[in-house]
Ligand binder design. Sequence first.
Ligand code: PDD
Length: 276
Amino acid sequence: NHIIVNDSIVPETEAHVSYNDRGYHFGDGIYEVIRIYEGSYFALDAHLDRLYASAEKLDMRIPYQKETLAARLNDYKNTEKIENGSVYVQFTRGAGARNHLYTREETPVLTGFALPDKPMQASQEKGVSVYVTPDIRWLRCDIKTINLLGNVLAKRKASDHDCAEAVLYRDEAVTEGSSSNLFLVNNETLYTHPANNLILNGITRQEIISIAKNMGIDVVEEPFPKEVLAHAEEAFITSTSIEITPVHTFKGDVVATLSVGPVTRKLQQALAEHIH
Ligand code: PDD
């Protein structure tokens, strides 16, 4: 197995980064997870655009042109002969003596590696339970930062309650999952939190909104309180890794069961056609 480290693709055992990297000290870095289907990256441009946008929001300058990074990712895919899987790409701000204050002189450090596909067929067919719990994250969830403690703690809590994912709410708004976006279906209409600072605007989320609109399904991007979850006809979570995964049970601060419905099925099918 090889790892991307800056300008090189090296065997895993030869991949080294500094203990002084700000990624370790401060979680000072950004990332993307990009899917490969049948030998091609899915939505590579959108992922790279979001990566560069995350960098800009954190006052970080990625030391490569987008095209150069895309070429490196393609080299990596070919070196590792990845037909189906994902690639994790990360930039930290770089190394420096531990100090909260960054200098803007740091050189961002690129690392990247392959993630194998997880089995998803059962959860995509039958759905999953999700655990509804407060969103304790910071106020810039639009940035895809490696600083993920709020997400990590929520995911652990969900798993401790036999749930596959945590669904987060902040005050009167259900925001998103710990590593996914959430959609509800009521009266043939899709509901999801608007893409602002309180959620990560998922690439899968954006694909689904566009697919739904093309199918004549109305999409309402407005905040809704957690009580609405209990009355949803259908619900599903989305991400690069889980695509469209239906929700059959809400636990935690909302308790409800629902069935996997026709709109979810139609969107799953349309997304699959779009991918393949
Ligand atoms: N997570 N919201 C959060 C908080 C996420 O971490 C993710 C993705 C998404 C969905 O984004 P996308 O559709 O672009 O994958 C929404 C990735 C997969 C991860 O951290 O592994």
